[in-house]
Design a protein around this ligand. Structure first.
Ligand code: MEV
Length: 320
């Protein structure tokens, strides 16, 4: 038996959706970017052979238990099992799998996909196997499907590729290369929002009023389509206006909250180019697109308006 390496690690970033959530589930395009400063990490400290059991330690959710005691559909067990299936591994390694995430849970920043991909990468490293980004995204999509019901796959894709993308369901992502860096303030409303519940609620509204909702989704898709050029060209005023329009449409489909609306208004009042909720909504985070020099002012305004936390993050420019 090949000896296992002592320590194997994997990590994956969080993400924000700049334009297009929810409509993306219905086949419209959406734009998402990775978060360079917020990651999930997984570390396997191997016992050196397969006979030991695998202990899963996730202090963030107060979990410390043996892998074989976890239900198969537990998100961490599902991440391990799906990765083993993909990599053709019949037995989990012995040792400890420690999971840590700096991403708030159920807040729209892609915490579940980031944790799954971090685990998948740690397992692949443990077995000295390559795990291409597309395979990592497929693993996270399968786990997400189990927990979030029908999802578009945008979170796993942007997180696995760690790159800005224009995403359409069931298609390969198109990579985006912003010419200038993008400054965002991300504020957490402090209330969790379940992706599954939000997506299901929107589906119910869509099936009750298909024409009205299909036309809103098409409008959101058109905003995402229009956002790509200003994002690439660094025209942040234009991009901000599209984000504001997107937030209004997200309000119209019922996924915003009074606090998220108040935070968006406060950010714009403090000088942001644009602001919107990000992710599934019904709680969670909002984002404000800002000028670098104006970021601290917007951060202060968001905290004063009731955000639980507000952090400044930069998406660096990239070239082809
Ligand atoms: C969640 O980050 C984005 C949603 O559009 C769901 C999905 O696309 O899977 C709400």
């Amino acid at each position: 038996m090949t000896p296992l390496p002592q320590i194997s690690t994997g990590s994956a970033p969080g993400k924000v959706i700049l334009v297009g959530e929810h409509a993306v589930v219905y086949g419209q395009p959406a734009i998402a970017v990775p978060l360079n400063n917020l990651h999930a990490t997984a570390t396997i400290t191997s016992a050196g052979h397969y006979l030991e059991k695998l202990v899963v330690d996730a202090p963030g959710i107060a979990l410390h238990t043996s892998f074989n005691k976890l239900a198969e559909d537990h998100p961490l067990a599902a991440a391990i099992l799906e990765t083993m299936r993909t990599l053709n591994i019949s037995e989990a390694p012995g040792g400890t799998l420690r999971v840590h995430s700096a991403l708030p849970v159920a807040a729209g920043l892609g915490s579940s996909a980031a944790i799954t991909i971090a685990i998948a990468r740690a397992l692949a490293a443990c077995f000295a196997t390559e795990l291409p980004a597309t395979a990592a995204a497929q693993i996270a999509s399968a786990v997400e499907h189990l927990h979030h019901g029908s999802s578009s796959g945008i979170d796993p894709t942007v997180i696995a590729h760690h790159a800005a993308i224009c995403f359409t369901k069931n298609k390969d992502p198109e990579f985006i290369y912003p010419h200038s860096s993008l400054e965002l303030v991300i504020a957490d409303s402090g209330l969790t929002g379940s992706t599954r519940e939000a997506v299901n609620a929107v589906r119910k509204l869509h099936s009750d009023s298909p024409d009205r909702f299909s036309s809103i989704f098409a409008e959101i898709g058109a905003l995402a389509f229009s956002a790509r050029a200003p994002l690439e060209a660094g025209k942040h005023e234009m991009l901000g206006a599209l984000m504001n329009a997107n937030h209004r449409l997200l309000q119209a489909i019922g996924v915003s909250t009074a606090l998220l609306d108040a935070l968006c208004a406060a950010a714009i009042q403090a000088g942001a180019y644009g602001a919107k909720l990000t992710g599934a909504g019904t709680g969670g985070c909002m984002i404000a697109l800002v000028d670098k020099s104006g970021a601290p002012e917007v951060q202060k305004a968001l905290l004063a308006a009731g955000a639980k936390s507000a952090s400044i993050t930069t998406l660096e420019s990239t070239t082809r």
